[in-house]
Write a protein that binds this ligand. Structure first.
Ligand SMILES: [Zn+2]
Length: 244
């Protein structure tokens, strides 16, 4: 989607995981909470963009709407489709699913409370007007602990998965656990793997608001949205990025 507006100075990226009809916890928001989030964002003049829209802006200078916000859902849970999708559709919102390709059709077994993940068939039938797919490693790999060879083979497995199943995807990645190598040499090795695989952007957590053209495309910040937050806290996080 393209806009005629002049480019905004900042882009907010919100990070969600699971949805539930009644239960909330730090990884799970209820459908009622999510409806309120979408209503608040809409009322406050935010415009929902896709990751692809943003990459076109960053790499090719195409315009973004005023007050752009990017919704991202990590892990591609079934509830993203069954519970979040109808609300996204109702509000004209979009979301990027970061898919750990090695777990598609299984459950989030790395998590203490594993939940079902979307199947290949479900991913292939997602509404492209609402959802886009991007990378979350193949094995939900913690990059802080992975060697460059492990990262390279894991990224290749992701790309192979999308290609093999004919799924369109954006070459951007959300770090599982928001985690990257802490040692500088190791970090540089990761960047080399990214460049070799033409990875265009990578998302951490960070709880900050990004410049519309981030200085470091492999350190893009997301705001951690939790089901344990009140609506007041949600609004404050969206406004400021972090609570204090
Ligand atoms: Zn994850």
């Amino acid at each position: 989607m393209f806009w005629k507006h002049s480019s905004p100075s900042r882009v907010r990226v919100l990070m969600y995981h699971k949805f539930d009809e009644s239960r909330s916890d730090y990884l799970t928001v209820t459908t009622s909470q999510f409806r309120k989030h979408l209503a608040v964002l809409t009322a406050e003049g935010y415009h929902f963009i896709t990751l692809q829209d943003w990459l076109y802006h960053i790499y090719q200078g195409l315009a973004l709407p005023p007050r752009p916000v990017l919704l991202t859902f990590d892990d591609a849970y079934v509830s993203n489709l069954t519970l979040a999708y109808p609300l996204l559709k109702e509000y004209g919102a979009r979301a990027t699913l970061f898919v750990p390709t090695g777990y598609v059709g299984t459950s989030s077994s790395w998590d203490s409370e594993a939940e079902d993940l979307l199947t290949v068939g479900q991913l292939s039938r997602l509404d492209p007007e609402v959802f886009e797919l991007a990378l979350h490693t193949h094995q939900h790999l913690n990059y802080r602990d992975a060697s460059p060879d492990e990262m390279a083979s894991d990224l290749k497995a992701c790309v192979d998965f999308f290609v093999e199943h004919g799924l369109h995807f954006v070459k951007a990645l959300a770090y599982p656990y928001g985690s990257r190598p802490s040692e500088p040499h190791h970090y540089v090795q990761m960047l080399r793997v990214f460049r070799e695989n033409n990875i265009q952007a990578a998302f951490r957590i960070g709880n900050r608001i990004n410049p519309a053209v981030p200085k470091d495309l492999y350190e893009i910040n997301r705001i951690d949205i939790r089901g344990t937050d009140s609506l007041f806290t949600f609004r404050r996080k969206v406004l400021l990025g972090r609570l204090f």
